[in-house]
Design a protein around this ligand. Sequence first.
Ligand code: SF4
Length: 458
Amino acid sequence: MLLRHTHTDIKERKALTVNPAKTCQPIGAMYAALGIHGCLPHSHGSQGCCAYHRSTLTRHYREPVMAATSSFTEGSSVFGGQANLIQAIDNIFTTYDPDIIAVHTTCLSETIGDDVQQISDKAGKDGKIPDGKFVIHASTPSYVGSHVTGFSNMTKAMVMQFARSSGTPNGKYNIIPGFVEPSDMTEIKRVVRAMGIDPILFPDTSNVLNGPQTGRYKMFPDGGVTREELESAGDSAGTIALGPLASADAARALDTSLKVPCQIQDLPIGLSATDRFIDSLRKAAGVSVPDSITRERGQLLDIITDMHQYFYGRKVALAGDPDHLIPLVEFLVSLDMIPVHIVTGTPGKNFEKRILEITRDLPCKVNVKVGGDMFLLHQWIKNEPVDLLIANTYGKYMARDDDIPFVRYGFPILDRVGHSYFPTVCYTGGIRLLEKILDAILERLDRDAPEEKFELVL
Ligand code: SF4
């Protein structure tokens, strides 16, 4: 939808969302389930929900995303979906032979009140779950929360279902990476290993949703955390949960049930948040930061100092997920940029407070809204224009309408590639983020420069 008719007169809206800055809970649950090796996500609801969720993930990752559905009809909507789910479990294990089926609910099955635990217990008693195979489930009604909540609920479900304490420490650390790209998960594992820590990372969609083209289709790709690793998570020395909304629930559940101590941290986006992540890894491993990581930090710092003049004083509008936006806004402020308009559609208690803390020394008022939408963001932009917009693909309409340099960031990105392959977390990811921001800003400077100021060297 082109937005040139968005008006500047902002009215308080309580019961109307226009162009939400979030998507469905089950999409996050489906994404998390794909991060378990040999797992088939299953949508307990109508075919329409499943088709929408699969197609959004397929378009973002440009990989064929597989998921099954209970295919509710009018009958199941009235009498409940038990028969459909039991039949589906039987069909899936017989036909596709996954190791694990991860069931998530939808608005419809939640409204009916289907008890998925009871249904999967019955499927087990009826002999529909073969030996050595598993059905896990998460409750993901889309009329509360967002895709981030769904990711969190499924991540908690996988750890609660599988983690055990054998009494023998495994010498590892659990890392919960949050709702980030497969490339980010690879990068987080690389950095954790470089710090001398052996990680169990869950979920892990690297090599699942960014695998190579081999000419051969694999329904269950090589990547993903294994069931054995999830079981062993109960014997780890600790858990680092990256992103309070997407990862904290699973980490706290593991802490409470199996006494695996947890730390909740921001995603390592930008310099300061990565410093905090590295520092906690350093303490956990009892080692000094290796030269390779110090060098990467120095490279990021080098770009910041080299290009500071192009960041300084530029106003930015952002839409996205809270776990991304908090460290991202902190990073922009550290570059002397001015994030002025910030919205997220994902509900959460501390978001506005954290953003206002991070931006408290900026020389202007900052607009921030939790439960906001893209329409409100556009109205803010029309009232106070910005030099840069950072948002998912849906931001392109605002960028076009108001001729704003635009960096695609977050979920979903439906019209560009690269996000699955190149990380934006940790120090090297920070370099890529800066490259994207600078490309957008410098392209605009070049485009608008009068001939006498059109410089070869910037
Ligand atoms: S909002 Fe609910 S009904 Fe609509 S696609 Fe999402 S889960 Fe399905």
